[in-house]
Design a protein around this ligand. Structure first.
Ligand code: PBG
Length: 326
């Protein structure tokens, strides 16, 4: 049969490994990654999170050993989450000078001053009710919560945090935290804002890891509706106006359209948060032998870069660092 060969030969650029790597458009680098760690009060604790294989809650005395591994792999940045022993209505553990994240920051900075510490600024791990702010009339009170969040950020920086990452989704959080930091003399500390954060079922395993499940209701009055796209641009716009230095989109995997929208509309560094549920799903499938973990993880993280993310917060950071060295 005669066929019409008047068509483009796209396969020319896929003909060999060398050819493919020559024309590859997006790459993962170890510098792209921020590794999340859970620090717990107590001694000699290294508890694996049941829903997150190979992710641990670690006590301060064992933390340096863990960070050493991260550092040796070339990872330059860690985001810290605290798991305190006791909680109260107003989340005092979040802004206590000797709170768990503050102490963890001091320990890490003492041993690894070049590691960038990102402090997640939220109250949910510290409140008895598990919400991200203080409760009044059965709902989270926006403006009262802001005062405590600014106080939390200042105490985190006092302890040595390099970047403040507010994840609470109160309106005005960037402005109030920026003012709080500036007044305390920390004008040089950047804010990595969780600008676009959806009320997502993908956070389930994190709430096991951080023990932060809300005791009543849900987070839908402050986190975003997963059905919305334009709202993401409104949220990001406010944070840019209020002084954010980075914009986080969270979760990542099911929200790559939003990562792209934010990339196209703003010129700040964009961070994709590859959240706990995204991690656990892959781990579960891999443990069953249903997928090739390495290939799948590299593919999915590369797709975040392709969508426009500059940086990725991921529980896979250590794995990726190892794979990139192979
Ligand atoms: C705190 C916070 C959460 C996550 C990061 N910071 C939980 C939540 O909002 O419920 C989720 C991270 C993950 O799932 O990996 N507000």
């Amino acid at each position: 049969m005669q066929i019409n060969t008047n068509f483009k030969r796209h396969r020319r650029l896929r003909s060999s490994q060398s050819m493919r790597s020559m024309v590859r458009e997006n790459h993962l680098r170890v510098e792209d990654f921020i590794y999340p760690m859970f620090v717990v009060e107590g001694e000699n604790i290294k508890n694996e999170v049941p829903s997150m294989p190979n992710v641990y809650q670690v006590s301060l005395d064992l933390l340096v050993e863990e960070v050493k591994e991260v550092h040796n792999l070339g990872i330059k940045s860690i985001i810290l989450f605290g798991v305190p022993n006791s909680k109260d209505d107003v989340g005092s553990g979040a802004y206590h000078n000797h709170g768990i994240v503050q102490e963890a920051t001091r320990v890490i900075k003492e041993h690894y001053p070049d590691i960038l510490i990102v402090a997640d600024t939220c109250l949910c791990e510290y409140t008895s009710h598990g919400h991200c702010g203080v409760i009044q009339n059965q709902d989270v009170d926006n403006d009262e919560s802001l005062k405590l969040l600014a106080k939390t950020a200042v105490s985190q920086v006092e302890a040595g945090a390099d970047i403040i990452a507010p994840s609470n989704m109160m309106d005005g959080f960037v402005r109030v935290i920026r003012d709080g930091l500036d007044e305390a003399g920390y004008t040089h500390i950047p804010i990595m804002s969780y600008a676009v954060k959806y009320a997502s079922a993908f956070y389930g395993p994190f709430r096991d890891a951080a023990d932060s499940t809300p005791q009543f209701g849900d987070r839908k009055t402050y986190q975003m509706d997963p059905a919305n796209r334009l709202e993401a641009l409104r949220e990001a716009e406010s944070d840019v106006e209020e002084g954010a230095d980075f914009l986080i989109v969270k979760p990542a995997m099911s929200y790559l359209d939003v990562v792209r929208d934010v990339r196209n509309n703003f010129n700040l560094p964009i961070v994709a948060y590859n959240v706990s549920g995204e991690y656990s799903m892959v781990k579960a499938a891999a443990m069953n032998g249903w997928i090739n973990e390495k290939e799948l993880v590299l593919e999915k993280l590369t797709s975040m870069k392709r969508a426009g993310a500059d940086l990725i917060i991921s529980y896979f950071a250590k794995d990726v660092a190892k794979w990139l060295q192979e």
